[in-house]
Design a protein around this ligand. Structure first.
Ligand code: SF4
Ligand code: FES
Length: 251
């Protein structure tokens, strides 16, 4: 397969950046999108040009590091799929593919397609600890958890922290990410003691980082590679309201 790639090149967060066009050939249709990018970089290095910087790690849809807007879609056109799990067979031979970084005020471009997503880490840090005893695993039935609660908590825990929800949102809101993180602990007995303090301080960290507000467009859910539901945002709102009405920390 052969492709024309229009790739965003930007030296650092101060640089204006621009698209560069590359032509690439002999791409196997079984290659992943990142493997295709590896081939492009080998070609650039051979031509004594700077390779394209992009984030990746597991390449198995687990770590959340890969982050590219492909033809206007965060993680590409395939539903519930990370960039690393997207394959070239889902494109047509001869296609032109436009590749950009996540674009959001809270995600400054470090170089080319790599952005600084540490604002998401700051939200997690603001959530603090849970006060459960560590040590050997407790007997399975000592803390009963209703099955529906366990399943909702595990669904929320699938969030890999990639930030595609932010890139998809016209307000650059990280509410889907935040709601998944708040939900997976708030739904379990082990997460209940600190739930009020947690939601208040995580929401403050979200706003302080420069993420926007949620206006319920649903774009985040549509582009989330782990199909995190926006019902988590409704739960986040309930958690925050309940905490704010009964806690001095919200004042
Ligand atoms: S909610 Fe989905 S899109 Fe947002 S960070 Fe988590 S996995 Fe990525
Ligand atoms: S590289 Fe880990 S999820 Fe894509």
């Amino acid at each position: 397969m052969k492709f024309t790639l229009k790739v965003w090149r930007q030296k650092n967060s101060q640089d204006n950046g621009q698209f560069e066009t590359y032509h690439i050939e002999e791409i196997d249709n079984e290659m992943s999108f990142l493997e295709m990018m590896d081939v492009l970089n080998q070609q650039l290095i051979k031509d004594k040009k700077d390779p394209v910087a992009f984030d990746h790690d597991c390449r198995e849809g687990i770590c959340g590091m890969c982050s590219m807007v492909i033809n206007g879609h965060p993680h590409g056109h395939q539903k519930a799929t990370t960039t690393c799990q997207l394959h070239m067979r889902s494109f047509k031979d001869g296609d032109t593919i436009v590749i950009e970084p996540w674009r959001a005020k809270a995600f400054p471009v470090l170089r080319d397609l790599a952005v600084d997503r540490s604002a998401l880490d700051h939200i997690i840090q603001a959530g603090g600890f849970i006060s459960v005893n560590t040590g050997s695993a407790p007997e399975a039935n000592s803390v009963p958890v209703p099955q529906d609660m366990a399943e909702m908590a595990m669904d929320a825990a699938e969030c890999i922290g990639c930030g595609a929800c932010v890139a998809a949102c016209k307000n650059s809101s990280a509410m889907l990410f935040l709601s998944a993180k708040v939900s997976h602990l708030a739904l379990l007995p082990q997460g209940k003691p600190e739930r009020k303090k947690r939601v208040i301080s995580m929401l403050k960290a979200h706003d302080d980082a420069g993420f926007g507000s949620c206006t319920n467009t649903g774009a985040c859910e549509a582009y989330c590679p782990k199909s995190i539901s926006i019902t988590n945002i409704a739960r986040l709102n309930r958690e925050f309201l309940s905490a704010a009405l009964s806690s001095e920390e919200a004042l």
